[in-house]
Write a protein that binds this ligand. Sequence first.
Ligand SMILES: CC(C)(COP(=O)(O)OP(=O)(O)OC[C@H]1O[C@@H](n2cnc3c(N)ncnc32)[C@H](O)[C@@H]1OP(=O)(O)O)[C@@H](O)C(=O)NCCC(=O)NCCS
Length: 199
Amino acid sequence: MSTIETERLVLRPFRESDAADVLEYRSGPLPHCFASLKLDDPDEVRAEVVKRGADTEYCFAIVLKESGKVIGEIDAEPSTYEPPGLRSKKTMPLPTPDTYSPCWMLNASFHGKGYAYEAAYAFFDYLFTRKGVRRIFAYADDYNVRSQHLCEKLGMRREGLFTEYVSFVRDAEGNPVYENTFQYAILKKEWMNRLNSKT
Ligand SMILES: CC(C)(COP(=O)(O)OP(=O)(O)OC[C@H]1O[C@@H](n2cnc3c(N)ncnc32)[C@H](O)[C@@H]1OP(=O)(O)O)[C@@H](O)C(=O)NCCC(=O)NCCS
């Protein structure tokens, strides 16, 4: 089981007792890309927290050191993308994933205090230096300037804009609402170069 400590935060696996804190931010307004993560029912939140707590390496509650309050979450999923050529030929075994995509979310009462950056910086460093990750990429929709800004502060390159890429919600007429989505990424060597140039 992993934990990560920063100046003001502890990132640790979820526990069932986190449910009330998680309900606070999962029941609030969420960006379209997190529409499926919205939870209002305390029993569902408890089940979700228990499920997320089973991943003790890549899924963390963001906890304020001074109070023990869970103020958000950060996790990373391995990229399952398989180039089409490989899929049909299966000439070689798929390598262990070394590319991960993070997801971050803070309780709105704790935005604008630098906690997301503090958590994400420590999490990226953990992924690159302790988990052998080679590349981290993130998606941010064009109106989600806070998330884009966070990617840029972390040193991620904006790699492109996917126009009308994906739909998470429907409009009043039931039509899918398509998002324009930026992709950001950073490689381990870029991360290490940044660290070295700061020292
Ligand atoms: C994306 C999200 C995590 C960003 O959170 P955030 O609080 O804006 O991010 P940061 O931690 O970078 O903090 C922002 C500001 O706090 C300020 N701040 C205040 N006190 C600070 C302190 N003690 N130390 C550092 N920064 C501090 C910083 O100046 C920073 O602003 P700047 O980067 O313009 O200088 C948040 O908006 C969120 O949870 N959104 C909803 C979920 C979501 O959209 N997820 C991503 C989907 S793609």
